[in-house]
Design a protein around this ligand. Structure first.
Ligand SMILES: O=C(COP(=O)(O)O)N(O)CCCCOP(=O)(O)O
Ligand SMILES: [Ca+2]
Ligand code: NA
Ligand SMILES: [Zn+2]
Length: 305
C-alpha cells in the first residue's frame, strides 16, 4: 500500500531498525525492489532522483505510484535530492508521498527558509519531507575538528533546524559520500557525532551515500570488462551501528547500478549472438533484487511489514 515516508520511518526509528530507500530509474529496478520487499515482508522506499524523473518521465512515475498502491507491503514514493521548490511541486503532482528538498549546500538561513517553504506545500497535501544539513563528504578520521564541523552535521544546529523547518526526517553528514569511491579502505563514520545528533533530534535520521560497494561485486564488474578504480563503500557494521543510533532511512543506489551493469556485461559477453533485451535485462533484474533483499536483512526491516 502507498504510504508516506514518515509512516514508514517513524516506526523504524522507534523500533530501532532501518528501511532502505532504493533508487529506481526503469521498470526492471522498480520490479526488483518491489518483489524483494514483498518476498522479505519489508516496508520500502522507492527513490526517484531528478535525473530519474527526467530519464523515465511519466512512464516511471506512473509505474512507481500505481505499483506502490498495489503492493502488499508499505511503500513510499520519494523524490531524492529535490533541488528546487518547483521540482518538489512536480513530484507532489505526480503523487509522490515523500519529498526531499536538498539545500544543504546553501547557508543555514537559506536552507531553513527553502525547507520551510517545501514543508508547507507538502504538508498541505499530506506528504512528508526530508531535509539535509551538512555536506556529504568522505572524511579522514584525523581531519581537524574545525574542518569536520565545517562539513559534517552540527548536532545543535540540527536541533534548531528541525524545530524551525518542521521537516519530518533529516539527512545527516557523518562521513559518507555518494558513489563508488567513499574513501581509502574503510571510510571513517563519525558515530559519536551521530549519537549527539540523535539525542537532540527525535525525528528519523537519513543516511545518504550508504552503499557497501562490496569487493565481490566490484570484481564481477571488472571481470566482465567494467573499469573501476580503488572502490570503497560503507562497512556493514557501520550501517548497523548507525541504525542503532537513530538512522532510519538508508539510501542505496551505487550497489544496484553495479549489480545491474555487471550482469548485463556478463550476459552480453557470454552470448554475443543474443539481441533479445529480456535475455540480459532479466538476469540483471534478478541481481538487483538479490542486492535489495540482502540490504533489507542488514537493515533489520525483514518481516516488519
Ligand atoms: O545517497 C544516495 C546513494 O548513495 P550511494 O551512492 O552510496 O548508493 N542517493 O541519494 C542516490 C543519489 C542518486 C543520484 O541520482 P542521479 O545520478 O540520477 O542524479
Ligand atoms: Ca546535499
Ligand atoms: Na533522499
Ligand atoms: Zn543522496
Amino acid at each position: 500500500m502507498l504510504v508516506t515516508g514518515l509512516e514508514i520511518l517513524k516506526k523504524a526509528r522507534e523500533e530501532g531498525y532501518g528501511v532502505g530507500a532504493f533508487n529506481v530509474n526503469n521498470m526492471e529496478f522498480l520490479q526488483a525492489v518491489l518483489e524483494a520487499a514483498e518476498e522479505q515482508r519489508s516496508p520500502v522506499i522507492l527513490a526517484l532522483s531528478e535525473g530519474a524523473m527526467k530519464y523515465g518521465g511519466r512512464a516511471l512515475t506512473l509505474m512507481a505510484v500505481e505499483l506502490a498502491k498495489e503492493a502488499r507491503v508499505p511503500v513510499a514514493v520519494h523524490l531524492d535530492h529535490g533541488s528546487s521548490y518547483e521540482s518538489v511541486l512536480r513530484a507532489l503532482r505526480a503523487g509522490f508521498t515523500s519529498v526531499m528538498i536538498d539545500k544543504s549546500h546553501e547557508d543555514f538561513e537559506t536552507n531553513v527558509r527553502e525547507t520551510r517553504r517545501v514543508v508547507e506545500a507538502a504538508h498541505a497535501v499530506g506528504v512528508t519531507v526530508e531535509a539535509e544539513l551538512g555536506r556529504l563528504a568522505g572524511i579522514e578520521e584525523h581531519v581537524a575538528v574545525d574542518e569536520k564541523d565545517a562539513l559534517l552535521t552540527n548536532p545543535e544546529e540540527a536541533r534548531i533546524f528541525m524545530e524551525r523547518t518542521g521537516a519530518d526526517y533529516l539527512a545527516v553528514a557523518i562521513g559518507t559520500s555518494h558513489g563508488a569511491y567513499k574513501g581509502k579502505g574503510r571510510p571513517f563514520i563519525d558515530h559519536a557525532r551521530l549519537e549527539r545528533i540523535a539525542r537532540l533530534v527525535p525525528a528519523p535520521l537519513v543516511l545518504h551515500g550508504a552503499s557497501a560497494v562490496p569487493p565481490e561485486l566490484v570484481e564481477r564488474f571488472r571481470a566482465s570488462g567494467g573499469e573501476i578504480g580503488e572502490a570503497a563503500g560503507i562497512h556493514p557494521e557501520d550501517i548497523k551501528k548507525a541504525i542503532s543510533l537513530g538512522i532510519a532511512k538508508i539510501n542505496t543506489d551505487t550497489d544496484l547500478r553495479l549489480a545491474f551493469t555487471a550482469l548485463i556485461r556478463e550476459a552480453l559477453n557470454k552470448n554475443p549472438k543474443e539481441f533479445d533485451p529480456r535475455k540480459y535485462l532479466g538476469p540483471a533484474r534478478e541481481a538487483v533484487k538479490e542486492v535489495v533483499k540482502s540490504r533489507m536483512e542488514l537493515f533489520g526491516s525483514v518481516g516488519r511489514a
